[in-house]
Design a protein around this ligand. Sequence first.
Ligand code: PPS
Length: 291
Amino acid sequence: MDSDERLLHFKGFNFERSTVDIDILENLEDFDIRDDDVFIITYPKSGTIWTQQILSLIYFETHRKQTENVETADLVPSLEYNIRKVDFTKRPSPRVFCSHLPYYLVPNGLKNKKAKIVYIYRNPKDVITSYFHFSNFVAVLEGCENMDMFIHKFLDGKVAGSLWFDHVKGWYEHRHKFNILFVSYEEMKKDLKSAVQKLCNFLGKELSDDDVDAVVRQATFKNMKSDSRANLSNILKKEVGTKSDGHFMRKGTIGDWKNHFTVAQSERFDMIFQRKMKDIPLKFIWDINEE
Ligand code: PPS
């Protein structure tokens, strides 16, 4: 199938056609934002479900203390990929959402700067690596024969989420319009406890040391991978569909791109990255041993 058939091009942005909620898309601008709403915003494969898990554990004591048996994706649903057709107007506050939307498509109410946005970004070579495997794993995305083809597609923005550069730059350059915190996947990976504390500070949540430890414990790669409520396995197997063996929680590390990029691919990507990102002072970490 041609990739265009699987993608829905809506207002300049590519969505995965079969799982996106068209009603939500058509009414995004006016989607009613509450002051205590929180949005996790990411380009795909940048740490979305990880941050869903972290914020869910921070916000919902029943999750943190494991007194309720609910999937994280139900506690922190996706706004536009509303697969379970939740009526968000009926959800109790505080509502925590995740979303892959670009800055120019989010509900207008976010511009009153009361509701909060946590923007998670990841070094794009690892995003590409993760996305390449994900495309060959889930049924709803067009698979790709090899990395070279996928890098081309990614650099053309012909994937759900469109062009990575536009997403990250767009959010960064328009940050003053929103109440937003930028956190990198890599800083979470290198020091999860400090990242959880940074998130708590921004969100105005005062957690005891024991509670912070409980969040960290339940948000490690190993624990999420073995917890079907946290790792999307139910949604992927039963609702989205898979086309190969694999796992959403694949490697969960920094620098796996080195196992998949040739030197030539890496150098070409570096040149494009340096040109496009030269005015963006966000810190990117490409290697697990980098400070
Ligand atoms: S999606 O499809 O856009 O929602 O994907 P997303 O959740 O943004 O990204 C998936 C990658 O995040 C990794 N992941 C984690 N890494 C470290 N620690 C934890 N706890 C964790 N949870 C998810 C997941 O493994 C995917 O990365 P790769 O590199 O493919 O392993």
